[in-house]
Design a protein around this ligand. Structure first.
Ligand code: SF4
Length: 405
């Protein structure tokens, strides 16, 4: 089992109205000390983790590796080799390419690396041919582009900096530079989105034929300006123009049909890929494989423990400069938590979960519960494999609530 390495760059040019991430708009003068701190965290991660009381190397519950019980609590070091690197945010494409190269170098210096997938998240308007060439030279071989929509009215209302033309320019620039693995994000349910505008966005995206596509349903909660506006019944950010839940579900269905017809493999609730182009890094999250996250707010998992750094970039930098890991959360999973994760993370994958394996590893009886959910139309079962029912993919959270109750 190999490690994934994630680096968080929590800076953006503006704040999108729907954004509920811990990202901020800061002076570019902040970038350099931040990158220096992340490089230091990566290089010194073993000592920093040890000081914070966390297993320094990736580990898995011994049960998974040897068939012993999770309650035994033994950890077994299984991975020092990293095979994926993902630099996300925020908008990491805002950084000077030399800073991105430094981050990559720090990872190569700190881990045994057999990196096969090195992804950079980028916003369309930040891409130039010079940057694209420098990213390739720095070793990045995949770009995840925050396209979100091909409709200018939707992009404007969402507070995005780019417009439809910028997406085409970015795609052209990246392809010209030599990137052979691109992922595009779209958001289903943006204010002003209609069945027609959504169909247009899908059509334009499919015509560009990226290797990978992520489609996220708009989340509305108090963590974003748009979400707060929905709650307070305001109008400034176009909250009244958000499509209804039923419309969003129909848009999602439309996407499933069109992407399937275009040859994309729907492998996770929000993700589609051309053959052989699934995101190796993101698969680790759903398959509960180990990953180390670096930077403010970054999350990590070593197979038995989860921990997260503090979100505030200034506090993060100060802490790292003082030789301390700014851990905000740290928990060792109980067997029940690990089991719950197996279910709700595993069921995000359309190939489903192997209930027999989980029953064996966790010493639980699962099949009667899964059969009841199948009878209620929430799951599909084929032998010991359980999958979310196709008709419930757009409302998967409701299924997970039922599953955990
Ligand atoms: S670019 Fe992404 S991270 Fe930045 S504000 Fe917009 S949604 Fe949030």
């Amino acid at each position: 089992m190999s490690l994934g390495v994630y680096i968080q760059v929590p800076f953006c040019q503006t704040k999108c109205t729907y954004c509920n991430f811990h990202t901020g708009v800061v002076s570019t003068a902040v970038y350099e000390p931040y990158v220096a701190a992340v490089c230091r965290e990566i290089r010194a991660h073993a000592a920093l983790l040890r000081a914070a009381g966390i297993a320094e190397a990736a580990a898995v519950n011994s049960r998974r590796a040897s068939g012993l019980t999770v309650a035994d609590g033994d950890l077994q070091v299984v991975a020092r080799e990293a095979d994926t690197l993902y630099v996300g945010g925020g908008t990491p494409s805002l950084l000077d390419p030399r800073a991105l190269a430094q981050l990559h170098d720090a990872v190569r210096g700190a881990f045994d690396c057999a990196l096969v997938e090195i992804t950079l998240e980028a916003d369309p308007e930040t891409i130039t041919s010079e940057k694209a060439a420098a990213w390739l030279a720095a070793g990045f071989n995949r770009v995840s582009l925050g396209a979100q929509s091909f409709n200018d009215a939707e992009l404007k209302a969402a507070g995005r900096m780019h417009r439809r033309d910028d997406i085409y320019a970015a795609n052209h620039t990246l392809r010209e530079a030599g990137f052979a693995n691109l992922s595009f994000d779209l958001i289903c349910g943006l204010p002003h989105q209609t069945s027609q505008s959504w169909a247009n966005s899908l059509g334009e995206l499919l015509a560009l034929r990226p290797e990978h596509i992520s489609i996220y349903l708009l989340e509305v909660d108090e963590g974003s300006r748009l979400g707060r506006e929905v709650i307070s019944l305001g109008t400034r950010y176009s909250a009244p123009a958000i499509p209804s839940d039923d419309e969003m579900a129909a848009f999602y269905e439309q996407a499933c049909e069109r992407l399937a017809a275009a040859g994309y493999d729907h492998y996770e609730i929000s993700n589609w890929a051309l053959p052989g182009r699934r995101s190796r890094h993101n698969l680790k999250y759903w398959q509960r494989e180990p990953y180390f996250g670096f930077g403010a707010g970054a999350h990590s998992f070593n197979g038995a423990e989860r921990w997260a750094n503090a979100h505030d970039p200034a506090a993060y930098v100060t802490s790292i400069e003082q030789g301390r890991l700014p851990i905000e959360q740290h928990e060792r999973l109980t067997p029940q938590q690990a089991l719950d994760e197996e279910l709700f993370l595993g069921l995000r994958l359309l190939e489903g979960i192997d209930a027999a394996r989980i029953e064996r590893e966790y010493d639980v009886s699962l099949l009667p519960r899964l059969a009841a959910l199948r009878d209620a139309g929430l799951l599909e079962m084929e032998g010991h494999t359980a999958r979310l029912a196709r008709s419930r993919l757009a409302v998967s959270n409701e299924v997970f609530v039922e599953l955990m109750s």
